[in-house]
Design a protein around this ligand. Structure first.
Ligand code: HMG
Ligand code: MG
Length: 294
C-alpha cells in the first residue's frame, strides 16, 4: 500500500500566523519540504490580500520556487481573479474551496455554497484551457464552528458537485479538528458510495488530538491521500477554534510504523519544521517534531 501526503504547511500553516514572514524564508521552507520527499506542496493562496495578509506575497513565492521534476507546488484560488493571478505566475495545480456549511462558506469567502460553485465554473474552464489540474476542498465536513453538527448528506452533495465540475481530487476537511473516527466512518463512508476512494483526500486539523485516529479510520475505508502540515503549523482565521493541522512528521511516523510507503523522510521534514520554528520564534505542536529536538 502507498499513501500520498499533501503538505499544506506553507499555506494552511502560515495563513494563521499573526506575523507575515519574508518570502525568501517561505521559499527556503518549501524547498526543504521538497528535499524531504514531499511531492505535492500547497505553497500559497491567491485570495484577497486584505483577508489573508500573511499570503499576500504568493506571486513572489512562486517566482522564487525552482521547478522540480515530480513536485507540484499548488495554490488556493477562490475565484477568477485568483485564477488569473495564479496563471500569471505559471502555477500548474490549484485548489478551489467551499464548505458543507452555509454559514462557514459565507464567513470564509463571502458566498453561499451555490454561489461558490458558480464562481468555480469559469476557474475550471480556464484551468482546462491552460492544462492546470484542480483539487476541490469541502471544509466543515463534520462540525462547523457556527452551525454545529454537519449532516453527511451535505458533504456528499458538495463533494459530488466539485467532482462533477472537474476537480480531480476532493479534500474533505475537519476544519476545527473536532471529528472522531466514528464521524469519519459515517461521513466518508457515505461519500464513498458516490465517489471512488482514489478521488478523496482527508484533511484533519488536530485541535482535540483526534487527527491520527481519524487517519486510521480513513485508511480502513481505503483512503490513500492525507493532508498534513510540517510541525503541525496551521489553522483558518475564519474558523474560530481551528488549531494546527495534523503534523506531517506524526502522519509519516504512523505510516512508516504501519509499513505503509509514503516516500517522505521524517528527519528531513523535522529539519524543515525547525527552520520555520526558528523564524517564528516558537515551538511547534507536532509530537514527532518535539521528540526529534532531543
Ligand atoms: P470578498 O472580499 O469577499 O469580496 O472576496 P469582493 O469579491 O467584493 O472583493 C473585495 C476585494 O477583494 C476587491 O478589491 C477585489 O478586487 C479583491 P478592492 O476593490 O477592495 O480593492 N479580490 C481579490 N484580490 C486578490 N485576489 C483575489 C481576489 N478576489 C477579490 N482572488 C474572496 C471574496 C473569496 C476573495 C475573499 O472572501 C477571500 O479572499 N477570502 C479568504 C478566504 C481564505 O483564504 N480562507 C482561508 C483558506 S480556506 C481554509 O483554510 C480551509 C482549508 O484548509 C480546508 C479545511 O481546513 O477545512 C482549505
Ligand atoms: Mg485547513
Amino acid at each position: 500500500m502507498k499513501v500520498k501526503v499533501v503538505e499544506v504547511g506553507p499555506r494552511d500553516g502560515l495563513q494563521n500566523e499573526p506575523e507575515s514572514i519574508a518570502s525568501q524564508d517561505k521559499i527556503k521552507f518549501i524547498e526543504a519540504l521538497a528535499d524531504a520527499g514531499l511531492r505535492e506542496i500547497e505553497a500559497s493562496s491567491f485570495v484577497n490580500p486584505k483577508r489573508i495578509p500573511q499570503l499576500a506575497d504568493a506571486a513572489e513565492v512562486f517566482a522564487g520556487l525552482k521547478p522540480r521534476q515530480g513536485v507540484a507546488y499548488s495554490a488556493l484560488v477562490p475565484n477568477m481573479k485568483g485564477m488569473e493571478r495564479a496563471l500569471a505566475c505559471g502555477v500548474r495545480r490549484v485548489a478551489v474551496f467551499t464548505a458543507a456549511s452555509e454559514t462557514f462558506t459565507q464567513r470564509n469567502i463571502g458566498m453561499s455554497i451555490g454561489e461558490s460553485l458558480d464562481a468555480f465554473r469559469p476557474v475550471m474552464e480556464a484551468a482546462q484551457a491552460h492544462g492546470v489540474s484542480v483539487r476541490g476542498y469541502v471544509s466543515t465536513c463534520f462540525v462547523c464552528p457556527y452551525e454545529g453538527e454537519i449532516s453527511a448528506e451535505n458533504v456528499v452533495r458538495v463533494a459530488s458537485d466539485l467532482h462533477a465540475l472537474g476537480c480531480d481530487e476532493i479534500s474533505l476537511g475537519d476544519t476545527i479538528g473536532a471529528a472522531a473516527p466514528t464521524d469519519v466512518q459515517r461521513t466518508v463512508g457515505m461519500v464513498l458510495s458516490a465517489l471512488p476512494a482514489k478521488k478523496i483526500a482527508l484533511h484533519f486539523h488536530d485541535t482535540y488530538g483526534t487527527a491520527l485516529a481519524n487517519v486510521y479510520a480513513g485508511l480502513q475505508l481505503g483512503i490513500t491521500t492525507f493532508d498534513s502540515s510540517a510541525g503541525g503549523l496551521g489553522g483558518c482565521p475564519y474558523a474560530p477554534g481551528a488549531s494546527g493541522n495534523l503534523a506531517t512528521e506524526d502522519l509519516v511516523y504512523l505510516l512508516q510504523r504501519m509499513g505503509i510507503e509514503c516516500g517522505v523522510d521524517l528527519g528531513k521534514v523535522a529539519e524543515a519544521s525547525s527552520g520555520i520554528a526558528r523564524i517564528l520564534g516558537r515551538d511547534l505542536p507536532g509530537k514527532q517534531w518535539k521528540r526529534l529536538q532531543g
